[in-house]
Design a protein around this ligand. Sequence first.
Ligand SMILES: [Zn+2]
Length: 208
Amino acid sequence: MDGKIHAVIGAGTGVTVAQSIGMEPVETAVLMTTGIIAALVPDLDTAGKLANRISLSHKMIQGFVRTTGIITGAYAWFGLSGYAMYIGLALGVFLLLIAPKFSQKLMLFVSGAAIIAAGVAMMEIWVWLTGVYVAIAALVAHRSYTHSLVGLLFFAIIAFYIQERFAMEGLFWTLVLAYASHLLADMRFVPGNKRGIKLFLPFSQKGI
Ligand SMILES: [Zn+2]
């Protein structure tokens, strides 16, 4: 399912939760935004908008490593001699070779690790749990664990701590229902979803 459709359903979820507890417009807007974000979270396992937003641009990193490789090689060639030149050239070539390895998934994983570190430093449980989620999402296949009941449960634990931290009514349910709406919208019974999701991982690999 397209990210835009998930976002619209997530927004609707937030507004519905806000309406059901009789919220003011400002709080409704907060829950609507929360719903949009939560509905996009499961697709952190693929190169989507949200993944791009929270991770360093892998293209930028690749460009930086490549440029450093070229400068190192040129400096070694023109400025050094003997062993130092060979080491410099080898380092330049090495950097050029590893530049393409900085994939979006790797950068997302690094971002997850950074969020964990920040959460531990801030002593905020929901922050480091979010980091764990992001790091795992970077490692697993698309439409696997983040699109399963296990993923939903893990996200519900994060949502519980977010609710605790910000003490705003409706946060927990907006987060959980918006996340669940993503899984529903990705299921096979919805027209256009050929693959479905592996809802019962790790117990079953079946696409639902
Ligand atoms: Zn999805």
